[in-house]
Design a protein around this ligand. Sequence first.
Ligand SMILES: Cc1cc2nc3c(=O)[nH]c(=O)nc-3n(C[C@H](O)[C@H](O)[C@H](O)COP(=O)(O)O)c2cc1C
Length: 376
Amino acid sequence: MKEARVGMKSSWPRVEPAPQQPERLPIGWDKPWLAPLAGYSDLPFRTLCREEGAACCVTEMVSAKGLWYDGLNTWKVLETVPWDTPLVVQLFGAEADCLGWAVRRLREKGFAWFDLNMGCSVPKVARQGAGSAMLRDPDNALACARAMIAAALPGHVSFKLRLGVSRDAVNWLDLALRLEDAGAGLVTLHPRTAQEGFGGRAHWEAIAEAKRRLGIPVLASGDLFTAEDGVRCLKETGADGVMYARGALTRPSVFREHQALLGGEPAGEIPAGELRRLIRRHMELIGSFGSEDNALYRLRSIVPRYVRSLPGVRLLRQKLCACRSLDELDGILDSFLAGSPGLSGPSGPSGMSGGAVRLDKFDPPETSCGPDAPMD
Ligand SMILES: Cc1cc2nc3c(=O)[nH]c(=O)nc-3n(C[C@H](O)[C@H](O)[C@H](O)COP(=O)(O)O)c2cc1C
């Protein structure tokens, strides 16, 4: 196994999970999670989100087959450190044996909580019968679920589903009920069909139905761009908790804002100073987990996403592409933010509320899924 010890900067991946994953996952209205985000929910971003109040993080989807073949890039996705907890590892795959083996292997490494992706419609994943394609073959999906459940501790496997492959093949409820019978610990619903991609509105009413029909906890995903969206979703659906995805990508402080909003404090603007602090912290975390070259490469795409709604972002991107060191990048960012009022709150002109955020605006630099297709 190609792995290194914590503290050896240059030889990652460090697959060294927290020795003590909790016996129960934090689930509750005041415990917002970071959703799996291919190409984004890596160790530095998870750390940033935890610092901002994320109660639990899910890794991006990891190929069970990739683990089987001991692929270095697959293990890289699982890079972790002892304080990266609680952590759920999301797998994708369509072969029960392979998924069961992957859970056993990951348990040997110290991971304890697992999720199976039943929503991704990227061709590379769906062609294998994995992700959203699992909804086409519920019997195989159930066999895969059983293999994972048998390999894990009771209640330690969850499932993240879409509604079905298309509007005329909506079958999530039947499958979710069967998963519950098989011993699922939790389900997350992104209430759109695979065919809908990220278009239109998420059908939150399906989350309310999941809550009525299932006895296990239900987490909500879908169109949670701001803390206000998250809290409204909880109130409208009765879900047990929410997962922030695109909302966290543009505004990692969404977790703190979520908790503040539940406490009666409305989310306001993010002042430029606070934005600077968030970006600087993300930079520090990326720098501390890898080489400067890699950090620079990642930050060129990460920085603009935080300031995308401010004037002058196009020019900023150009300058970032040309910059050659982290210090230079720091200076460019400082002058960009000088004089900027900061990001508006949820109802302001940030372009982050409602359905305004477009998936194609997120270009994962090193993702296993291309940015051109819906990911879930
Ligand atoms: C860039 C990107 C990558 C994603 N990667 C994954 C993934 O690896 N696994 C998964 O289950 N969902 C993935 N999703 C789906 C999100 O977890 C979430 O369910 C979806 O974006 C809906 O939530 P939102 O509308 O609040 O963003 C991804 C979404 C985006 C935008």
